[in-house]
Write a protein that binds this ligand. Structure first.
Ligand SMILES: Cc1ncc(COP(=O)(O)O)c(C=O)c1O
Length: 322
């Protein structure tokens, strides 16, 4: 077994450091690459089918044929996990990333006879370092900023297709970070309604009811879908409707959802506390319910990851000093 992670690259496995695409790949030239990020809980992929179904929806939207059926791509995904099992067994979970583009763009293809078809990659990456960063954020919640950069409305480029043309998300992050280097951006759509985060969906709680923006100008997150179901199971009323910054500033609680962290409390927006400025009871109930469903306490896991990372860096410092 190689000590390097292996990446599925259009039908074969290559070491991570050799998993490259051409500078003439359509993904680089036009940004027409679609992707998915799935994570594991207890080393088992969570809602992989949901992610793959969304990936095929994104491919249909971008008119990319990856040359594989969903079942074949799913089998390749499990094979990728299998060949990387030894490297991923660090006691924490990992993410699985699918990237699909049409491959080398049209007239450049003649220079790449060995890359005739679409680019399809499946890679795994340990989540430990990322989880460690979430530990203090689960406890205190994150701050948010509403940048001037707007979400691209679905009638232009539909954000329901999870694609790599992400300049507007980067601009939103840059703008938010100039205000507060640790803040997460909350994007508004063209009408001034709350759309989503730059890698997450947004929820508010007001008078015990859970609200999320309608699934129009957003990526319809797999986690968002799960949290909507979970809330119903827990008897928490749910409404999907247009939300304005005013609603966020007057919410009792707010949180982000996304694959890597599940649910992340948002305790401040634009310098003002959301609710009482601490993760609220509905958010905590949903976080606990999430953990029960997947068999992993998300907050505990992040704490354990933070402790492991801190222990390792202390050992490295000792070694450097000795
Ligand atoms: C723009 C955007 N919105 C929402 C999400 C959350 O989606 P999911 O819950 O499927 O990870 C993501 C995830 O990366 C995202 O990039």
């Amino acid at each position: 077994m190689s000590s390097e992670l292996l990446v599925y690259m259009s039908g074969s496995f290559v070491p991570l450091s050799a998993a490259n695409v051409s500078i003439f790949d359509s993904a680089l030239m036009y940004g027409d690459m679609v992707f998915e990020v799935t994570r594991t809980f207890g080393q088992q992929p969570f809602r992989l089918r949901h992610h793959l179904e969304r990936l095929y929806g994104s491919m249909r939207y971008a008119e990319i044929d990856c040359g594989l059926s969903l079942a074949e791509l799913e089998a390749a995904t499990y094979r990728t996990i299998e060949v990387n099992q030894a490297q991923l067994a660090d006691g924490f979970d990992f993410q699985i990333t699918h990237n699909v583009s049409p491959g080398v763009f049209g007239y450049y293809r003649s220079a790449f006879p060995d890359r005739p078809g679409p680019t399809v990659t499946i890679s795994c990456w340990p989540l430990r370092a990322r989880l460690a960063e979430y530990a203090p954020q689960y406890e205190a919640g994150v701050r948010s900023v509403i940048p001037s950069q707007r979400a691209v409305p679905s009638q232009y480029i539909d954000p329901k297709a999870k694609n790599r043309s992400r300049l507007y998300y980067r601009r939103a992050d840059h703008q938010a970070h100039r205000v507060d280097p640790e803040a997460w951006a909350v994007l508004l759509d063209g009408n001034g309604y709350i759309a989503e985060g730059t890698g997450s969906n947004v929820f508010l709680v007001h008078k015990e009811t859970l609200y999320s923006p309608e699934g129009r100008n957003i990526l319809r997150g797999v986690t968002r879908g799960f949290v909507l179901e979970l809330a119903q199971t827990l008897g928490i009323p749910v409404q999907e409707r247009n939300l304005e910054p005013y609603d966020l500033l007057n919410a009792d609680e707010a949180f982000f959802t996304s694959t890597p962290f599940g649910i992340m409390p948002m305790t401040n927006c634009e310098g003002q506390p959301v609710g009482n400025g601490t993760p609220g009871p509905v958010t905590r109930r949903l976080l606990a319910g999430f953990g029960e469903h997947v068999g992993v306490d998300l907050v505990q896991q992040a704490r354990a990851a933070a402790a492991a990372v801190a222990g390792e860096s202390a050992m490295a410092q000792d070694a450097a000093g000795s």
